[in-house]
Design a protein around this ligand. Structure first.
Ligand SMILES: *Cc1c(COP(=O)(O)O)cnc(C)c1O
Length: 639
């Protein structure tokens, strides 16, 4: 027998890479539970996910649940702003930083409110890309020193709202995405006699790398070409509104994986700013858009789900890049704006789901004790199960087992062996393969044929959630998200599995996971225990995933708990708010059903059964109530 090393927390860290993607917030605790340190300045404050799960259960909240850590949101807002401020200082940069949070990345009221509140000391503002978001920004961004930046295509109403907010004393900048917007804005501004603040979005030649690279380049959907920008500036001059032109905007894509794209866009943007300035258009702001990436897979690489730089590096490249060009061109350093959404929100929320079952690659099989007069194929296969422990040459065992299984099938078809003997051979075959797989774990070299054993033998863990609701990007764009058991990480995870959700769609699965060697289609998990629930966390879901879910299979929004850390609490946290997820009624109403008339219709059927004497009245009332309660209930599995 090979010596089995005791499983350590480092071994688990190796598999799940929590420190790598956790950004200082998540870690595996000494007790083997996942823990969160929501405030990096207060490392003593640690929240144990097991305690969170217990509290959620005690409150009677059903899983799956979205958990939001408000402290993480606050911390990320502070971190981004402080990084910019410190870097500006170190660089002796003359302008300021006035960041804005793009609402589209997570529009939840509680999220936007928390960001605005945490951003107040930094005059951190909001970015809106639609009328609904603008209405939100107007109501929420009450700090008259912070900016409101308006991107996206705009109509007359949109322009009027922007001007209203100017009238109310806000620093609202309308970013022109195409030339016709400019003539519209000028016309309305003159009619209302309100001075607008205007930005222009540049169509950049540099493209981001990664999934969103089409946000830049000649075929980009947004922005003005160089000649259009010059025409726009001249047009404003003609209209006597040159002073309203305040900002140059560019955004080359989200989740920029390669820092080189950032550097290139900054030098291109800085040149355009300098030229416009020298032409007499004294812009005050340069807005570098979003794009600051998240290391979802912990590889610190240019993988689509990663990035090869840190926040500090990103900020330094913007600040020093801009300064260098401006100094060379002898123009003032503009105030810098960035629109980071993903980096602000990704870490703050996760989805907790329960594993409700295991779908095995093969069944447990049947009893395989030797029987008198059994066929030699059965005893041969049994012999392999005994040999596999000592045998040096695993390839030989693998080959023999595969061959015996094939022969058994032919023998059965020729009626040489019985159905029961075939079942025995199959059972023994899987036993052999499992032993081979186990022994290969310690092997330095695994032959190609046998590498597929892992996937062939892997189970699927059935999880109470919907990929389409809670992890849309894993399905739509192959985004990798960290999936980690919340407990038992001091135990060796003994089975490899992929995850499937409870939708009846075969795409409703997760089969890309972080692993020691890049991305794997299985993830090591612990064996389910009879009397113990097993919870998994799906992490870094706070940006986009949170709000992009769809109604596939009519699973709606999840129950949410909002967690605040608190030093005086024995568990270091409390649940500040619970937001109920969709009820069946809610999702049916959205699809134009009338739940109350549905209930009436079912009641009518029950009543008619009662009047025909086919159901007792008492029983009928019970079933009526049951149907109505199910309508009012949660859409996910009751566990
Ligand atoms: C989506 C978007 C952002 C946010 O980008 P992140 O990569 O999430 O930071 C910023 N600006 C504009 C114009 C956008 O469309």
């Amino acid at each position: 027998m090979p010596k089995t090393k005791k499983w350590t927390l480092e071994d688990s860290e190796h598999i799940y890479r929590v420190k790598r993607w956790g950004a200082g917030y998540f870690e595996i605790g000494q007790n083997g539970n996942l823990q969160v340190t929501p405030d990096p300045l207060n490392k003593d404050m640690r929240i144990d996910f097991k305690a969170v799960v217990e509290e959620i259960k005690q409150e009677g909240i059903q899983f799956p649940v979205v958990v939001r850590f408000h402290d993480i949101l606050r911390s990320q807002v502070a971190l981004l702003n402080q990084t910019f401020q410190q870097t500006l200082k170190d660089a002796e940069y003359q302008g300021h930083y006035m960041g804005v949070y793009p609402i589209k990345v997570n529009q939840m009221r509680e999220v936007v409110e928390e960001i605005v509140d945490a951003g107040a000391p930094f005059n951190y503002g909001l970015e809106a890309g639609s009328k609904a978001e603008l209405l939100t920004a107007m109501a929420l961004n009450t700090n008259t020193d912070s900016l409101t930046i308006l991107n996206g295509y705009k109509d007359q109403e949109f322009m009027q709202l922007a001007l209203l907010s100017r009238k109310l004393g806000r620093k609202t900048i309308v970013v022109i995405e195409k030339f016709s917007e400019l003539t519209l804005l000028v016309k309305i501004a003159k009619e209302l006699d309100i001075e607008p603040l205007i930005g222009i979005r540049s169509k950049m030649t540099v493209k981001g790398r990664g999934k969103w690279e089409s946000s830049g380049g000649d075929r980009a959907k947004f922005g003005l070409t160089i000649s259009e920008m010059i025409n726009a500036a001249r047009y404003l001059e003609e209209q006597g509104m040159a002073d309203s032109l305040k900002l140059l905007h560019f955004h080359i894509g989200s989740q920029l994986t390669d820092i080189r794209a950032v550097k290139e866009s900054i030098s291109e943007g800085a040149m355009i700013y300098s030229e416009l300035y020298r032409m007499g258009f004294k812009l005050e702001y340069v807005d570098v858009g979003g794009g600051l990436g998240i290391d979802y897979d912990g590889s610190q690489s240019t993988n689509d789900s990663s990035r090869n730089y840190s926040m500090q590096e990103y900020v330094s490249d913007i600040v020093y890049g801009m300064k260098q060009v401006c100094d060379l061109e002898e123009v003032p350093h503009p105030t810098l704006i960035s629109e980071s959404g993903r980096a602000i929100t990704a870490h703050h929320s996760c989805v907790i789901t329960q594993v409700v079952g295991e779908i095995k690659a093969h069944s447990a099989g049947i009893a395989t004790l030797p029987a008198a007069g059994e066929h030699v194929l059965v005893s041969d296969m049994r012999e392999l199960t005994e040999m596999v422990e000592q045998q040096e040459n695993l390839q030989e065992i693998f080959n023999d087992a595969s061959q015996f299984k094939e022969q058994a099938l032919s023998a059965f078809k020729l009626r040489v062996i019985s159905l029961e003997e075939l079942a025995k051979i199959e059972t023994l075959y899987w036993k052999v393969m499992e032993s081979v797989q186990l022994r290969l774990k310690d092997a330095e070299f695994v032959p190609e044929e046998m590498q597929e054993l892992d996937f062939a033998l892997s189970s699927q863990y059935l999880c109470n959630f919907s990929v389409f609701q809670s992890a849309a990007d894993t399905w739509a764009i192959d985004q990798v998200l960290p999936v980690v058991p919340l407990t038992r990480m001091n135990e060796k995870p003994s089975i490899n599995c992929s995850l499937v959700d409870i939708t009846c769609d075969s795409d409703g699965k997760l089969d890309q996971f972080i692993s020691e060697h890049g991305i794997s289609n299985v993830v090591p998990m612990h064996k389910l225990k009879q009397n113990e629930d097993y919870y998994l966390g799906l992490f870094l879901t706070g940006a986009y995933q949170d709000v992009m879910g769809d109604m596939h299979n009519l699973f709606g929004r999840l129950n949410e708990v909002h967690i605040f850390s608190h030093d005086d609490d024995p568990q270091d946290f409390y649940i500040e708010e619970v937001v109920s997820g969709s009820s069946v009624e809610d999702v049916l109403s959205i699809m134009q059903y009338h739940p109350s008339s549905m209930a009436k219709s079912v009641k009518k059927m029950i009543d008619s059964h009662i009047s025909k004497g086919e159901m007792k009245p008492r029983e009928g009332v019970k079933w009526t109530d049951f149907y109505e309660n199910c309508l009012k209930g949660y859409t996910y599995l009751k566990t």
